[in-house]
Design a protein around this ligand. Structure first.
Ligand code: AMP
Ligand code: TRP
Length: 329
């Protein structure tokens, strides 16, 4: 039995170490499992839910796709594509909007947080979870890999699949979520009480997957620690040191508690964290440069979109029929 896996990443900024340890590494592990069939999308439509720069969006989309390949997503084994190139997503999203209630969307934590911070809220920010449900359900997905911040949206996708099936007859597979087992919410290096994020106000606390080695060394060297100089894993008391230990633990496959015992100083810890991060990024950056130089990323993505259309088409047709729309001749 094959397990169908889906995940989507938004091209809203450069990918960082948190994205790698929190999402991408798991996507690659799942791809490498012989019992899965993975569909990975650069979900560019989701970037339109908040202010965006139209001149940068397509470049960020290509950068994200190229980096996913450089990190190990294999476009032969996984279907890698750009969401907007597969019209079934937006079409199925409309059927999801007709399935979800306004109150359910309005209650989503992410909507409330993001809408509260803006003057003009795009309607697409409210309907975002309907599109996310469509992304997932279009592929008869069994497993969705997402970070914890997306649990509520995933739960809604499951609710909508159940509701649609209950009202209109068995149409969608109800997906389950998988969250990375060991990680590693990677914290901002400057403010270790906040998550490392694409839209952090300052880039000093964020390690981009494209940061050159010198920049990585500098950022980690200046990472916020504390004054007591004892290397100990205690996320609440010592968030900065603990986050460094968590990163090194995730990269070396060691638990941060025993790892802490092998360090006498912050300097030594930082040196090893920097070396491990550089060792991770160096081959990724080399492969990424090659991919962008080759210039056939467009071809790879066009091929992925073609395969995704083939997969999503029948699901959309099934949903149309079930909900009562007249079939196309
Ligand atoms: P985002 O960058 O917020 O679009 O998130 C893309 C994916 O990366 C999601 O699965 C997130 O849960 C994961 N992610 C984002 N930031 C972090 C972080 N600092 N630590 C761990 N995972 C993260
Ligand atoms: N909403 C997700 C995020 O912000 C991205 C996303 C869109 C996604 N569609 C998805 C993730 C489908 C998993 C499955 O990170």
């Amino acid at each position: 039995m094959t397990t169908t896996v889906f995940s989507g990443l938004k091209p809203t900024g450069s990918l960082h170490l948190g994205n790698y340890l929190g999402a991408i590494r798991q996507m690659i592990d799942l791809q490498d499992d012989p019992t899965t069939a993975c569909r990975y999308a650069v979900v560019d439509l989701h970037s339109l839910t908040v202010e965006h720069d139209p001149r940068r969006l397509s470049e960020l989309t290509l950068e994200l796709a190229g980096l996913l390949i450089a990190c190990g997503v294999d476009p032969d084994r996984s279907v890698l594509f750009v969401q907007s190139q597969v019209p079934a997503h937006a079409e199925l999203a409309y059927l999801m909007e007709a399935t979800v209630a306004f109150g359910e969307l309005r209650r989503m934590i992410q909507f409330r947080e993001k809408a509260g911070a803006q003057d003009r809220v795009r309607a697409a920010l409210l309907t975002y979870p309907a599109l996310m449900a469509a992304d997932i359900l279009a592929y008869d997905t069994d497993l969705v890999t997402v970070g914890e911040d997306q649990c509520q949206h995933l739960e809604l996708a499951r609710t909508l699949a159940h509701r649609f099936n209950g009202r209109y007859g068995e149409t969608f597979v109800v997906p389950a979520g998988v969250h990375p087992a060991h990680v590693a919410r990677v914290m901002d290096l400057v403010d270790p009480t906040r998550k490392m994020g694409k839209t952090s106000t300052s880039s000093v606390g964020v390690i981009s997957l494209l940061d050159p080695p010198r920049v990585v060394e500098r950022k980690i060297g200046r990472a916020t620690t504390d004054g007591d100089r004892v290397v100990r894993y205690a996320p609440d008391e010592k968030p900065g040191v603990s986050s460094l230990l968590a990163v090194l633990g995730a990269l070396t496959g060691t638990h941060p508690v025993p790892l802490a015992e092998s360090y006498q100083s912050y300097v030594a810890l930082k040196r090893d964290v920097a070396a491990a991060v550089i060792a991770l990024l160096e081959p990724v950056q080399r492969t990424y440069a090659q991919i962008r130089d080759d210039g056939d990323l467009d071809v790879v993505l066009r091929d992925g979109a073609g395969r995704a259309r083939q997969l999503a088409g029948p699901t959309l047709e099934r949903a149309h029929r079930a909900i009562g729309l007249a079939p196309a001749a």
